[in-house]
Design a protein around this ligand. Structure first.
Ligand code: GDP
Ligand code: GDP
Length: 444
């Protein structure tokens, strides 16, 4: 179950990014002079009173303008409204209520979501700033005076958020069946094209300039196979560009998107094969323990295809990403749409495996059979004894073995048992974590 989502909306320059930084306590948002940069829709995790939720800075809503970028920004904000549990509208006490604020406030009231109004840049502590009163005209009753710079008012705002997001228990029970999918890969590999192909509309700006789609956009999607939330992510550039501020943050956002995802689609270019950058991105997915599918895109652009081309390419891709043998590989074309539908059954399959829970009883009967078939190893006369095993968690499935001496539990024997579990319980498509505990170890 994904974390509750809180969206920050408002005109440009009111201090959304800064408030976002203050609330998340991390520099995941960018306050820079580069045009458009602060307008990205940016996620961060926020912790307050032992609750965590995701915060998203949606960028400005600038009504009445017709440039493509602004339309795009409005659309992003609309999607934010669509997906958020509650909304923080930010305004600027110095500029007073503007026509744009009125427009946004109306949009928000219509959304029916809980809305807090942060009248920002109230930098001095003391009696209520008289300039604040006019903001009641926006018709949003939950009003907070804030200073994103100094942090005043942010505690009250966070208290309000906790009252307006679903309870934790509800989170557990209220499984809405949505699978969160992150599309990751280097710039220009076709992430936006794939998302557009899936959504069937131009929701994402696609461009030949690497890095133009630098913000993450969540899109809900439903078809006959189920319901999904697609998280489009910025690509990662080469090391030489690391000092590019924007890109540094984009990488962080790719990481954040992977964290939020249930399933990651790792895009690789069919002609280029697996590059160093692909290996790094896939490595992040692997380390996060996420279910993954390797999507070899631009299949249409591969020339002189023969009977064995796909088999050879698959072997090369597998070789390049040898640490994720569990990930299925699919060849498709985001441009033509060819075989794009193939990914849905795959997503469901790897998701189900990643979230599987196996009873301790079932695990231990497999363990008994497996250890009878292949004896546990010995070392200098001492034999490994595995007392029992249990599943400690999901996403990914995490198994704990309790034994006499951990150092006798050689990697090859672990691998053998892991393979047995994968085979018996149909867990070929997910990473698995294994922990070995020995007698005397403290239990978790
Ligand atoms: P955004 O476009 O809404 O995301 O706004 P930014 O966060 O980029 O902030 C716009 C400008 O307002 C920046 O120059 C910030 O330094 C300034 N700013 C943001 N919050 C405050 C605040 O609480 N007090 C003051 N005095 N300035 C602020
Ligand atoms: P992103 O940076 O990963 O989001 O990549 P884009 O979706 O913006 O695609 C980059 C370029 O590759 C665009 O010119 C696309 O038209 C092109 N492209 C994407 N997918 C395919 C494909 O399946 N086949 C071909 N031939 N081109 C593609």
């Amino acid at each position: 179950m994904a974390k509750p989502l809180v969206a920050i909306v408002g005109r440009p320059n009111v201090g959304k990014s800064m408030l976002f930084n203050k609330l998340t306590g991390r520099r995941t948002s960018i306050v820079e002079d580069t045009p458009g940069v602060t307008r990205d829709r940016i996620y961060g995790e926020c912790e307050w009173c032992n609750r965590t939720f995701s915060l998203v800075d949606t960028g400005g809503i600038e009504p009445g303008t017709d440039s493509d970028m602004l339309k795009f920004m409005r659309r992003q904000a609309e999607i934010g409204i669509e997906l958020a549990d509650c909304i923080i509208m930010v305004t600027d006490v110095h500029s007073g209520v503007t026509a744009a604020d009125m427009d946004v406030a109306t949009m928000l009231r219509k959304s029916g979501k809980p809305v807090a109004l942060a009248v920002n840049k109230c930098d001095s502590v003391g009696p209520v700033n008289p300039d604040v009163y006019e903001f009641y005209a926006l018709g949003i009753g939950d009003l907070f005076e804030t200073s994103a710079v100094h942090g005043h008012g942010t505690g009250d705002l966070l208290d309000w958020v906790l009252e307006n997001i679903p309870d934790e228990e509800d989170d557990e029970n209220n499984d809405d069946g949505l699978i969160h999918v992150a599309i990751v890969g280097k710039p220009n590999v076709g992430k936006s094209s794939l998302l557009n192909q899936i959504l069937g509309e131009e929701r994402v700006i696609v461009s030949n300039v690497a890095g133009t789609t630098r913000d993450a956009i969540d899109s809900e999607f439903e078809n006959e196979t189920g319901k999904y939330v697609f998280i489009d992510t910025a690509g990662m550039r080469r090391k030489s560009k690391v000092d590019d501020m924007i890109e540094r943050y984009s990488n962080m956002r790719t990481v954040a998107a992977i964290e939020r995802a249930d399933v990651c689609l790792i895009l690789v270019d069919a002609n280029e094969g697996v590059t160093e950058q692909d290996t790094k991105i896939a490595g992040l997915v692997h380390e996060a323990g996420k279910a993954a599918i390797i999507v070899v895109n631009k299949w249409d652009a591969v020339e002189n295809k023969e009977t064995n081309t796909m088999r050879d390419k698959e072997a090369a891709v597998r070789d390049g990403l040898s640490y994720m043998t569990y990930a299925p590989v699919v060849f498709l074309s985001a441009l033509t749409g060819h075989r794009v539908d193939k990914i849905f059954p795959m997503i469901r399959s790897v998701y189900e495996q990643n979230t599987t829970r196996i009873t301790t009883g079932a695990l231990n009967s497999i363990l008994a059979e497996a250890t009878a078939r292949v004896q546990p190893p010995t070392d200098k006369g001492r034999r490994l004894k595995i007392y029992y095993m249990t599943q400690a968690g999901t996403k990914p499935p995490h198994f704990v073995f309790f034994c006499n001496e951990a150092k006798l539990f050689h990697f090859s024997y672990q691998r053998y048992l892991e393979n047995q579990i994968r085979e018996v319980f149909g867990l070929q498509g997910t990473p698995i974590r294994i922990t070995v505990r020995q007698k005397g170890d403290k239990e978790e």
